[in-house]
Design a binder for this molecule. Sequence first.
Ligand SMILES: Nc1ncnc2c1ncn2[C@@H]1O[C@H](COP(=O)(O)OP(=O)(O)OP(=O)(O)O)[C@@H](O)[C@H]1O
Ligand SMILES: [Mg+2]
Length: 258
Amino acid sequence: MTERHSQPAATARDEAAPEIQFRNVSKRFGTLTAVDHLNLEIGKGELVALLGKTGCGKSTMFNMIAGLMEPTEGAVTVMGRVPFREFDWFRGKMAIVFQNDRLLPWRTAVRNVELGLEMLGISAGERRARALRWLETLGLKGHENDYPYALSGGMRQRVSIARAFATDAELLLCDEPFSALDEMTSARLRTEFARLVRDTGKTAVFITHSINEAFDIGDRIVVLKRPAEIAHDIQITPDTPDHERERIRAVIHHSLSA
Ligand SMILES: Nc1ncnc2c1ncn2[C@@H]1O[C@H](COP(=O)(O)OP(=O)(O)OP(=O)(O)O)[C@@H](O)[C@H]1O
Ligand SMILES: [Mg+2]
């Protein structure tokens, strides 16, 4: 297990500026500290699972990366810019998948996928072609013209994922997108998601409170304790042997149950 807690990023990533950087970030809501002096760097092309118990500040971190919230102290930069101040610059560069699918009920699956592309000013023909391609990739061929109410929860989340990938944003942010689904569907979707991220070379931050999910998703697992502070920062490769994975799992389990 490689612990990278408060150490500089590995040499491979030192060449480029980090894609996401938290520098001494705190976020307070009145007297409550949700994020406490957090330092974190995520490099381009990394697939990172942010794992922590409910209420530990994951969504708060997510909202600061997405530019929906400003830190009380410190700085969050994404691609070298400040998301909260340069929200418009990030249009098309960041795609978000939320816990609830957030599809528009009055639009069909394909028109929901097209939504993000409309905002980017992509032509109607290209929009339709891309949306259909991503729906097919996610196994939704034949459901292009279904409205969200006619789709299962798992299918709706597939549409959300198609929508995120269709914009071709280089950064994908996911806040527990599969937590409302049954374990089998969730496991299948997260494996698919991780494969698509790797195939497309995108950077992805995936928030979860499930150890299994973190293992299925992340090349790197950042374990948070409350208030959002890094408890472990672990790199996992396809070569990490099973006994080592089990050891890491036990360490994480212990730290989450503390
Ligand atoms: N807008 C807000 N105003 C006040 N308190 C907030 C606000 N947003 C979050 N908090 C508080 O900050 C803490 C962290 O919340 P956050 O939503 O980031 O946790 P989380 O790790 O995402 O939890 P979950 O796994 O349940 O989604 C919680 O105690 C929460 O009540
Ligand atoms: Mg949350």
